[in-house]
Design a binder for this molecule. Sequence first.
Ligand SMILES: Nc1ncnc2c1ncn2[C@@H]1O[C@H](COP(=O)(O)OP(=O)(O)OP(=O)(O)O)[C@@H](O)[C@H]1O
Ligand SMILES: [Mg+2]
Length: 383
Amino acid sequence: MNNEESHNESYKVSPDRQWTEAERRLIWKKPASHKVSEEERRISREIKRNWNRGEMKIATILLEGDAGSGKTQLAKALSANLGLPYTKVTCFADMDKSDVIGSILPVIAPEGLEKLGAVEQMALKALYESDGFRSATEILTETLAVTREEAALRMKQLLKLASEQTETEKVEYRFYPSEIVRAYRNGYLLEIQEPTVIRDAAVLMALNSALEPDGSINLPTEIVHRHPDFVAVITTNRSYTGTRPLNEALRDRVQHSEKMDLPTREVMIERALAKTGYQDQAALGVLADAIITLDGAARAHGIKGVAGMRSYLFWADAVADGASPRESLYYKVIYKITTDSEEIRLLEEALQASGLAVNLEELEAEVKKNETLARLRSGAGDK
Ligand SMILES: Nc1ncnc2c1ncn2[C@@H]1O[C@H](COP(=O)(O)OP(=O)(O)OP(=O)(O)O)[C@@H](O)[C@H]1O
Ligand SMILES: [Mg+2]
């Protein structure tokens, strides 16, 4: 066992728990490219320290900040450190209560099933055959190859259809818990992505009361109590004009919160090295500086798009592969921020003013030179 692992071992919150094989698979395993951050160490340490301290327990966490700053990966790293299965729910505007708690579905008899369309049959069969371990949305997402939003909508249509079909007969009902309920009842780590978009106040209230330390969720069939191992990690982009801020009551439930920005230059380079394998630190530095400058300029001019970590990683990867830094700057970074000519001009000006345009020029020349050298070398090898 290396240092890192023995270090992680000490954060396990429930080391004696027995997991099923399926649950064990959900516990995140850090890939080699994962870099432990300050935030990760801090949160892991605090959760562990307070785990058995009653009201001081830290089990609802907020990670708020820039797109691509590493919120999701941090939630997954906590799954690995705390030794809890990782699950997530991606919130959407039209979420209703059944998306929070789950839904009851009448079981249609085989003769009735045959009268339905092929897609409906396939979906219902998959649901009826499920072992209750997975949520309905998850099953439909997979069976029908659709997004979670579409799956949630489908589930509602199926409900209507099944109720119509079974109106006259006496039927059996089955309850399909939501992803939230599953994590809540079994004590997993649940990432709640972007609850700011939820429009229905009743849904927010249900979520909010569930997140109380000794909270519970009222299902039609039973009351589910919060498992002592349940950890909620809310992740959200910082509100800029146009998006709603995180609901105050929800915010108040949080026992630890981190402001996640574009990582420091050093961390950016470190992550890009690990992810892309591009060894040229000087080049990675120039690209990082450009991203940082563009990020600042976009904010300063109220340009809505972001120049974040994702753009940086894909840009670095393209340049590592021999793409022109100056050209790929546009399709990997700038056009992701904006395609408005006036805004593009403002971003170009920022690069000029900081002297980075010149650095990119130099990098361009170097990449070209290396390309030529490589070509000559391989040409020489051919003979
Ligand atoms: N600690 C880390 N070590 C290495 N790479 C990381 C780390 N954290 C994040 N990354 C990489 O940075 C990218 C963005 O990370 P992530 O998806 O976690 O961001 P996010 O904040 O959740 O973004 P969004 O707001 O869009 O949901 C991913 O490619 C991820 O692998
Ligand atoms: Mg995310």
